[in-house]
Design a protein around this ligand. Structure first.
Ligand code: MN
Length: 191
């Protein structure tokens, strides 16, 4: 039986259950290949992607709060080029706030349109909490109208980067936020 061979080659089994006067039920069982591990799922739990710095450079931590997998992937690739940085990711505001409190990142990159709570509200909570008030937070948003940018800056973001992310502009803004964080390490709010 060709189908039996095919199923067995695929690592499964095939059989039939017959009941007189009723008919037969044929069945196959296939063994699924293990699903590829999703990097996004891994980083969403706040697992550091790079455990150590290289060449003695002090390891600094960037937390990215973003629900869009494509943006997460882009930033992951950009940060991976930097041996002095490690990236933490969260896919919602609540888990981002929790990760910021736990891991004390040097800089937070915050999407605005997040499920549940907006990035602006999350930023306000972080800025109001003495444990996280000193951490510079940079908005990364598709809301690119001047009004959105002004509103975000007024609300308390250190900087506001619009999507689509322009790599050079992003790296300049990230380095500015990192050096801001370095000069302001005394756990004081930045404004
Ligand atoms: Mn979003």
């Amino acid at each position: 039986m060709v189908s039996k061979q095919l199923v067995e080659v695929m690592g499964g089994t095939i059989g039939a259950d017959s009941t007189v006067g009723v008919g037969s039920v044929f069945w196959i069982e296939l063994v699924m290949a293990p699903a590829p591990r999703l990097i996004v799922a891994e980083t969403a739990r706040g697992v550091p992607m790079l455990p150590q710095g290289q060449g003695g450079a002090p390891l600094r931590t960037v937390l990215y709060v973003e629900d869009n997998p494509a943006n997460l992937e882009l930033i992951k690739q950009l940060i991976a080029r930097r041996a002095d940085l490690r990236l933490l990711c969260a896919t919602a505001a609540a888990s981002g706030i929790e990760s910021a409190r736990t891991h004390q990142p040097d800089v937070i990159l915050m999407d605005i349109n997040l499920p549940g709570m907006s990035g602006i509200d999350a930023m306000k909570i972080l800025r109001a909490d003495p444990a996280t008030a000193h951490i510079p937070i940079v908005a990364l948003s598709a809301n690119a109208m001047l009004h959105d940018i002004e509103k975000g800056m007024e609300a308390g973001f250190l900087n506001y980067i619009t999507k689509p992310i322009e790599v050079k502009q992003f790296m300049v803004a990230l380095d500015a936020a990192l050096s801001f964080s370095q000069t302001d390490s005394g756990h004081t709010a930045y404004n």
